[in-house]
Design a binder for this molecule. Structure first.
Ligand SMILES: [Zn+2]
Length: 378
């Protein structure tokens, strides 16, 4: 297997320097269509998801037909990046790649895309017998997995595959948590803060009392909770009437997810129920609107599933020790699994992602390409 490290670096740098914030992935999509077409792809299709996602492109599904008789496999990466991710300039220091400063690098998820291009280039070059390989490039992963949510999965022949989208190396994620998002609206009573504060109920004060009673952060070994956004208030001289908070709960256990979400709701309900109603305001009481949305379901693959066994075997062929782990985030794999496509997540070596200190070691992308090659030719 002659992986061309410099060619891999060139594709990676070109991809990182192409701006692709969520909903603006078209430049990257065009580059990938063109690259795969010149590599002799047998099928290149953009699905119709753009109407639902609001992106300037659909998801891409690309197929390279195989001949070794093994089951077809897909590899998925998302094309979008987080902010600040426009006009990235890549700095290279030996094998370490970083942004020149002020922006992310974009290794999430371009450190998966570049090895995929190297994989199909390599297979064309060395003529190795391989299974049918399908490549899925999604949009809008970073803003709620909405490309994968709306993907036209019927275009795929494969029944299992891998999302290349995680930190670390030689790690495969086989379980991710489910998440609930909540929106909590606290309604107090407005009053002039200087002239008649006695008639007001400060929504911020209610929220503050409730928040101090919540269990936030890591709640147990498989669950977390957070309040991430607070908005409210009108002016310094008005007792604030409304406040809106948004938060989330994640858990690998469906029962705990439901229980912790309920716990947050009841803390707010109890806090409001105990709150005194100001004198002389008639029937004005503080109140609450609590809405919960299921953001995504949990995913858990079994160790004897073909998707786990195939990558395990590929690791053994290469003499590498692959770790199978359960980790804490939603990803495109969540929805692909939901559509009946068994999907594990393979680490790409991306490091300090979503920060301007992000870096990537070229050798990690080389070893990822080796693993993909072993899966393809198994
Ligand atoms: Zn990602």
């Amino acid at each position: 297997m002659n992986i061309n490290k410099e060619r891999l670096a060139e594709h990676f740098i070109a991809l990182c320097e192409m701006s692709s914030p969520s909903r603006e992935e078209k430049g990257v999509a065009d580059y990938l269509k063109q690259t795969c077409s010149s590599l002799g792809a047998d099928f290149i299709r953009e699905d119709d998801s753009a109407a639902q996602t609001g992106s300037n492109t659909g998801n891409l599904i690309i197929r390279f037909n195989g001949s070794n008789g093994a089951d077809p496999v897909f590899f998925a990466c998302h094309m979008d990046t987080v902010n600040p991710g426009r006009d990235v300039k890549v700095d290279r220091n030996g094998d370490i790649l970083t942004s020149r400063g002020g922006t992310i690098l974009g290794g999430d998820d371009k450190s998966g895309i570049a090895p995929l291009i190297e994989l199909v280039t390599l297979l064309k070059e060395n003529g190795a017998a391989h299974r049918t390989i399908e490549i899925v490039f999604t949009t809008c992963e970073e803003i709620g997995l909405i490309g994968a949510r709306h993907i036209d999965y019927r275009l795929l022949q494969s029944r299992f595959g891998y999302a290349l989208d995680a930190t670390g190396i030689d790690q495969v994620i086989i379980g991710t948590p489910a998440a609930n998002k909540n929106k909590i609206k606290v309604h107090g009573v407005a009053a002039h803060a200087g002239i008649r504060p006695e008639a007001g109920v400060n929504a911020f004060l209610i929220a503050a009392h409730a928040i101090t009673k919540l269990r936030l952060g890591r709640i147990d070994e498989e669950s977390t909770a957070n309040i991430g956004l607070i908005k409210g208030g009108v002016a310094t001289n008005i007792v604030p009437e409304h406040l809106v908070m948004s938060g989330e709960v994640r858990s690998h256990s469906a029962e705990k997810l439901a229980a912790y979400t309920e716990e947050i709701k009841s803390v707010f309900i109890d806090t409001i129920a105990d709150w005194p109603t100001p004198e002389g305001t008639g029937d004005k009481h503080p109140s609450l609107d609590f809405t919960m949305t299921a953001a995504y379901p949990a995913m858990r693959l079994s160790m004897d599933d073909i998707v786990v066994e195939t990558v395990k075997k590929a690791g053994q062929t290469l003499g590498r020790d692959i770790q199978f782990i359960v980790a804490g985030g939603g990803s495109d794999a969540t929805f692909l699994n939901g559509y009946g496509l068994a999907t594990a997540i393979i680490a790409t070596g991306m490091t300090d992602v979503h920060t301007t200190d992000e870096s990537l070691n070229l050798n990690d992308m080389v070893s990822l390409t080796e693993l993909l090659h072993a899966i393809a030719t198994e």
